[in-house]
Design a protein around this ligand. Structure first.
Ligand SMILES: [Mg+2]
Length: 350
């Protein structure tokens, strides 16, 4: 197969602040594979968790290194390709872009959307949450109102773990909840709390009717999750602490669910494994995203019927998404009937 790589820059309508910093723009990587006159598309988007960084340059360099090793394969040889990528320590976002592209190619080859190839029920897809980043109470209310004007919001995911402490978190959260009394709320602290803060905030948020809390403690402090679980009235999900299925057994006794992202897992193949391993341990699953465009989020939407919760909203906050694919319908990001991913270049493409 032939493999081509190009970069595209996407800008957020509203910059997103989480406990680790603010993102307004990212340069993502578009991977196109082709064979037998059929193209398959994939995306890698940069992200960082603690000391673990996958920058645009890292992704580009790693692709340049592995592409010569992969050209002898067909897009049907995903097992062999995964082995080559693992042996060469390819970053997970590079694995993801290639795995997504090979699935897109497969769907186009057989003429079916991926969700149908997997026999999934598109009606089982739950509404996606829409994200409100760390902000002043007034700024957070303005962001909530903008989302409410933009679409039929069913769930807000509020980013807490403010560097200004849990009092700032409380003020912001109350302001948003009062501005959107009919909407359901999840909270993501992105590892911004100490164990003590996390216990206090879980009790406080439980009284306010929150469904669950995501990544209360920083990656690397997983041993404290046992104590948090004993003392939290709310379900705990992990995101930064869980990249692939091999992370799940160590976490399973101390958490209630995991956030699966294609850039962390290395694509749809491993995301599917993660769902099965999580279910075997009785855990819930959600799918999330980084600064992904419609391309990667549509790939995640193909698997979305398997998730209890969805947070696939990054493309909805882009002013220049070069792609269209899964569309927001009554709060749900639904894959279409086109073969493969069903992603096309949008009118904004340059
Ligand atoms: Mg998260």
């Amino acid at each position: 197969m032939e493999i081509n790589v190009s970069l595209f820059t996407v800008n957020k309508r509203f910059p997103l602040t989480i406990s680790r910093g603010t993102t307004a723009q990212t340069t993502n990587v578009w991977v196109k594979i082709s064979q037998d006159g059929i193209e398959g598309w994939g995306e890698a988007s940069p992200f960082g968790v603690g000391n673990h960084r996958q920058s645009t340059d890292t992704i580009k360099d790693a692709l340049e290194q592995v592409i010569p090793l992969l050209q002898r394969f067909s897009p049907l040889q995903r097992q062999e390709i995964e082995q080559v990528l693992t042996e060469n320590q390819a970053p997970s976002s590079v694995k993801a872009a290639l795995d997504i592209a090979m699935h897109d190619w497969l769907g186009k080859r057989v003429g079916l959307p991926l969700w149908q190839i997997w026999g999934l029920d598109r009606h089982a897809i739950v509404p996606t949450s829409l994200t409100i980043g760390i902000n002043s109470p007034e700024g957070a209310i303005a962001r909530a109102k903008d989302w409410l004007n933009f679409t039929d919001v069913r769930v807000f995911k509020v980013k807490l773990g403010s560097p200004d402490g849990i009092e700032a978190d409380r003020k912001m959260f109350l302001a948003v909840q009062q501005a959107a009394p009919k909407v359901e709320f999840f909270v993501d602290a992105n590892g911004g709390w100490s164990l003590e803060d996390a216990i206090a905030m879980c009790h406080w948020l439980a009284d306010l009717g929150i469904k669950y809390v995501e990544q209360p403690l920083p990656r690397g402090q997983e041993t404290s999750l046992a104590k948090l679980k004993q003392n939290s009235p709310l379900p705990i999900f992990v995101d930064e602490s869980c990249f692939t299925s091999s992370d799940i057994p160590h976490l399973a006794n101390y958490v209630d669910g995991i956030n699966i992202k294609l850039m962390k897992s290395g694509g749809l193949t491993e995301a599917m494994r993660m769902v099965h391993v999580a279910r075997a341990y009785g855990l819930q699953v959600m799918f999330g995203c980084y600064s992904d465009s419609s391309l990667a989020n549509t790939a995640a939407a193909q698997l979305a019927p398997l998730a209890d919760y969805l947070d696939l909203d990054s493309h909805l906050n882009l002013i220049d998404d070069p792609f269209t694919g899964a569309l927001l319908t009554q709060g749900r990001v639904l894959p279409n009937d086109l073969p493969g991913l069903g992603v096309q270049h949008s009118a904004f493409a340059t």
